[in-house]
Ligand binder design. Structure first.
Ligand SMILES: Cc1ncc(C[n+]2csc(CCOP(=O)(O)OP(=O)(O)O)c2C)c(N)n1
Ligand SMILES: [Mg+2]
Length: 417
């Protein structure tokens, strides 16, 4: 039952979000743009008033429960969402700068898709729930409490990187982030297993993972979904539909739509605008409640668009994969710029927004600098030898972290239930 008013909540209707409608002409945006690193559509970005209205309307149209979640976001929460969006964007900008400078050879970025990650993680109980991010969800790591420099050191393969230089995928079970492997779709059965453990132990926790549109075509995704749905575990699977899998467009890699997928497993899906962080947040908060009520897994289908290449090496090919109009369409829907315009409509002063952005910029720049300093400590070559977990060996990188009290790796993912 979609109960709108929880106990003790203010009696606001969905249409009472205080919002000053934008004027008819385009609004200047204060988000700093990077002429060299941003997609061309973002460089002289202004907020289209019609899209700002649609952004607000979308939040209210999500249904009573979702609108309630959106209403409960106070100014501090909204600014935190903004900070996380900006940090996530700037982390990618920093990596792209490194590619151009020859520090690293390529990077997998999530530019244009940040809201799918940020909105979902914000809806979790970050002291209890677990996530498994894929490469375009790096923002989940800093939101779950991993140091920002992990997002840089993992690319440098330095001794102080999360895996001690072994892998650029990263996570930290102690902070509720299970490190993924590169095999698409595999996060779903692993997250389903974590969720099964929570259910069996009677813990009020959920597992959340993201999967690309392409990854939904894998056997691993299907097997994980069948298991999760049949057993009814508290799992949220977010299909991050960025319209493309490597160089293969959505219309080329399957016949059905992403919206059909939840029904295949007997589940109800929640759709959301993946470029609207509040809409994503409200969908994820609703999904989490459903999971905690014991109603089984929830699939969220988030529509978004990859504004770059699969990685930095194929950005030109990506521009040939889609018509320029599609980049323009999604470019006008920059999740950072639109949220900034939404914040101003909600009466958040521009100075406050700028201060948060500046703080985010300083934090990311400092993290990148610290990460670069770690290049003086490359792991010894023999650390690449894999002693074999089955023989009881501990990877070099994990050993380093076991010895460091601040970054201790626990033997299990036991956290407060
Ligand atoms: C099982 C498997 N097959 C192929 C690949 C190679 N591969 C890596 S990413 C990718 C495309 C992923 O597309 P999607 O799931 O839509 O995620 P996106 O990259 O768009 O975020 C492919 C084919 C892989 N990593 N794993
Ligand atoms: Mg995709």
């Amino acid at each position: 039952m979609d109960s709108f008013l929880g106990p003790g909540r203010p009696r606001f209707g969905p249409s009472t979000i205080l919002f000053h409608l934008p004027p008819k002409s385009h609004l200047p945006s204060n988000v700093k743009r990077h002429k060299v690193f941003d997609p061309p559509e973002y460089r002289n970005w202004t907020a289209d008033p019609a899209l700002v209205r649609a952004y607000r309307d979308r939040i209210e149209a999500g249904g009573a429960t979702r609108a309630t979640h959106a209403l409960q976001l106070e100014r501090g929460d909204l600014l935190e969402l903004y900070r996380d969006l900006v940090v996530t964007r700037l982390q990618d900008t920093g990596l792209k700068r490194w590619v151009r400078q020859g520090v690293i050879s390529k990077a997998w970025l999530g530019v244009g898709e940040e809201a799918v990650t940020v909105g979902c993680v914000a809806a979790l109980d970050r002291g209890r729930d677990v996530v498994i991010p894929m490469i375009r969800n790096a923002g989940a790591c800093h939101m779950m409490g991993l140091p920002l420099e992990d997002g840089f050191t993992c690319y440098l393969a330095t001794a102080d990187s999360p895996s001690g230089g072994r892998d650029f995928h990263y996570g930290d079970i102690a902070r509720g982030v299970i490190q993924p492997v590169s095999h698409m779709g595999t996060t779903v059965p692993v997250a389903a297993g974590a969720a099964l453990a929570f259910r069996n132990r009677g813990e009020r926790r959920v597992a959340l993972t993201w999967t690309g549109d392409g990854a939904t075509r894998t056997a691993a995704f299907h097997e994980g979904m069948v298991f999760a749905a049949r057993v009814g575990v508290p799992l949220i699977v977010v299909i991050q539909n960025n319209q493309v899998a490597l160089g293969t467009r959505l219309d080329q890699h399957g016949a059905g739509t992403m919206e059909d997928i939840p029904g295949v497993y007997g589940l109800t899906g929640l759709g959301c605008d993946g470029n609207n962080v509040v809409d994503v947040y409200a969908a994820a908060a609703t999904a989490r409640e459903q999971c905690l009520r014991g109603e089984g897994p929830v699939v969220i289908v988030a529509e978004t668009f990859r504004m770059g290449g699969h990685a930095t090496h194929d950005e030109r090919e990506a521009r040939e994969t889609f018509a320029p109009e599609l980049f323009e369409h999604w470019g006008r829907r920059d999740p950072v710029g639109l949220f900034e315009a939404y914040l101003m409509g909600r009466g958040v002063p521009v100075e406050g927004i700028e201060a948060v952005e500046e703080e985010a910029r300083r934090a990311v720049d400092a993290a990148a600098e610290r990460a670069l300093a770690g290049r003086e400590h490359l792991p010894p070559p023999e650390s690449a030898l894999f002693p074999g977990i089955s023989e009881g060996g501990v990877l070099h990188g994990l050993r380093t972290r076991l010895d460091d009290p601040d970054r201790r790796v626990p033997q299990s993912m036991d956290r407060p239930g």
